[in-house]
Design a protein around this ligand. Structure first.
Ligand code: GLY
Length: 575
């Protein structure tokens, strides 16, 4: 049972109540591992034996590890971490968005759960085109009309069949964090201040994220409406979200802001258990997310095109190895744009486009040292008919879980459900609003990813587990929109082909190519000499800010090494 008395203890540790805080800490030391939301810091790496959680926020990682220490398994910890992220990491953690879970259970079973958002029943193919057929990207990316029907809570309950502890125990840390508040960092304060105008413009009631004076490091963010929503979920299960008071509040919010999500859309939402994509790579076995994520297929295609090439010999981030990976990425993303969409709605030739023969053919026009071209190389021939966030968890029994979850852009639609305190996604922008028109990540699509009622929009999220001798070896994933599959690809290749340790595999500079635009994007600290050499081959190379925030667990000689990406405030906890 949840220790509701923790609420009281947290309350006592609020700033300005220092004496009582000391008493509270003394009391709780004797009971169980304690999360102190008023004093925490981010830890980048841990080596341990019994279990680890890495996520975008220390308090969320701590919530997950607390659950492991209480006897929960990796699935329980992943659920508790996601719920805590919905409170402490509102830019991407969510209950108003969706996600994917990939797990390898100690029984040997591999599982994938799809809780991607769905288009509302009143959505239609051309809903973001004006009378002149021009795309209105502001509507697909901001505010009420940009939201798909949220899937996260259905997904957490669907995942929970593989957990051990009662759901109410898993949700309690999130309730406590929402109700009692937590201290925000300088980066969080700056992010809330930066988004203030959008929060005001895109809401019908002032959300907890808006203050009259700017946020600063050390302020406490309390979210009472969210705490009450989480309590309704604790007390009524998924129905506490998809029916009753919470559903009524969502529908009223939609009506105030001219959004489309109806009560029936909420009642009818279902998470789906899908068959994970599993494929070999150089002696390892990769377990990843199938459609409606494009990420798993891109990863399978890219690794398939690398399988028979000795990229390790080319060495890490030489012009030759970057060029090879770029050409592989170009081909995979061209196929994404042409073929991929929700498999419940469109027929996707997955078997063909991941087959050895097809992938060998795709690389026939690859010329070492010469830039390819996205005009000449588009999708293959088939003859048969951010903001986002990732967490990786492992327990001492050998259960491993990779979850990537999203609101899409940072803070999603920026619309908070009045009275319910949570942000809604802007995931409708992941559909192809019009064939060939890029979405916020520059991805293009066609009819297969067109909007239809009840359809799931194509995703790039790529939660992935790599098995060695059928035991978890790597547990990884990242946010980053269309850069997700290429970041996961680089992380895997960094370890398997370049022999890197977990730290370097995560933190070395990254690059990205997605067919269109025909540009190699490189992080600012990418080797300038390699940039010059790539330009000499004929590539357009563009510097950009950070790519993703990769979380990686590596199991080596029975030691768990967990690394949170230094690109953010990501945090690794374990014991
Ligand atoms: N919203 C980002 C993705 O699902 O790929």
């Amino acid at each position: 049972m949840p220790d509701r008395s923790l609420n009281k203890k947290f309350e006592m540790i609020k700033p300005g109540n220092v004496f009582l805080a000391i008493v509270a800490i003394c009391i709780t030391v004797q009971s169980k591992a304690q999360i102190n939301p008023y004093n925490y810091h981010s830890q980048k790496k841990i080596t341990c034996k019994k279990g680890a959680v890495i996520s975008a926020h220390p308090l969320a990682s701590q919530a997950g590890v607390q659950v492991l220490k209480e006897g929960g398994n990796a699935v329980d910890a992943a659920i508790a971490t996601q719920l805590a992220l919905a409170v402490v990491y509102p830019g991407a953690g969510n209950i108003g968005g969706g996600g994917f879970m990939v797990a390898h259970l100690k029984t040997g079973k591999n599982v994938s759960i799809d809780y991607r958002e769905m288009a509302p029943s009143k959505a239609s193919r051309d809903m973001y085109l004006d009378a002149g057929d021009n795309p209105q990207m502001d509507l697909s990316q901001n505010g009420h009309l940009s939201s798909g029907v949220p899937g996260t809570i259905a997904g957490l309950f669907a995942s929970h069949q593989y957990g051990k502890l009662p759901f109410e125990q898993l949700i309690q840390p999130a309730i406590d964090l929402a109700e009692n508040g937590f201290v925000i960092t300088a980066a969080e304060a700056s992010s809330l201040n930066h988004n203030r105008d959008e929060f005001i413009k895109l809401n019908t009631q002032t959300p907890a994220f808006v203050k009259t004076i700017p946020w600063k490091a050390g302020d406490t963010l309390i979210q009472n409406d969210l705490a009450n929503t989480l309590k309704r979920i604790r007390d009524n299960g998924a129905k506490g979200f998809y029916t009753g008071e919470t559903a009524r509040l969502i529908v009223e919010e939609m009506q105030r802001g001219k959004g489309l999500i109806s009560y029936e859309d909420l009642v009818n939402y279902k998470a789906a258990e899908r068959t994970p994509l599993i494929f070999p790579y150089k002696g390892f076995s990769v377990v990843t997310m199938p459609l409606p994520s494009s990420g798993g297929i891109i990863l399978q295609q890219a690794l398939g095109m690398l399988e028979n090439r000795n990229i390790g010999k080319m060495k890490f981030q030489t012009a030759a190895s970057v060029q090879l990976m770029t050409e592989v990425e170009r081909r995979a993303y061209a196929d994404r744009a042409e073929f991929l969409g929700d498999p419940d709605f469109v027929k996707v030739p997955v078997k063909t486009i991941t087959s050895k023969k097809y992938l060998t053919d795709r690389m026939k026009d690859y010329i070492p040292n010469k830039a390819g071209s996205s005009t000449q190389t588009s999708h293959g021939i088939v003859t048969e008919s951010d903001e986002t966030t990732h967490l990786s968890v492992i327990d001492g029994d050998g259960n491993a879980v990779a979850v990537t979850t999203t609101l899409n852009g940072g803070y999603g639609s920026h619309t908070v459900v009045g009275g319910a305190g949570f942000l809604l996604n802007n995931e409708m922008d992941d559909f192809s609003v019009k064939p060939g028109v890029p979405n916020m990540y520059g991805a293009v699509g066609n009819e297969n990813n067109a909007i239809a009622p009840g359809k799931r929009m194509l995703s790039s999220m790529t939660p992935t587990i790599v098995l060695k001798n059928n035991q978890p070896y790597l547990v990884t994933g990242t946010p980053g929109g269309t850069t997700i599959p290429t970041s996961v690809l680089q992380t895997i290749v960094n370890v398997i082909d370049f022999g890197m340790n977990a730290d370097d595999a995560v933190n070395k500079p990254k690059f990205h190519h997605q067919w269109l635009p025909d540009v190699i994007e490189v992080e600012n600290n990418f080797d300038p000499l390699v940039v010059q050499q790539l330009k000499a081959m004929g590539y357009t190379v563009k510097q950009r800010g950070r790519i993703g925030r990769t979380e990686l667990i590596m199991v080596k000689n029975k030691n768990i090494v967990a690394v949170g990406d230094s690109r953010g405030e990501d945090d690794a906890e374990g014991f």
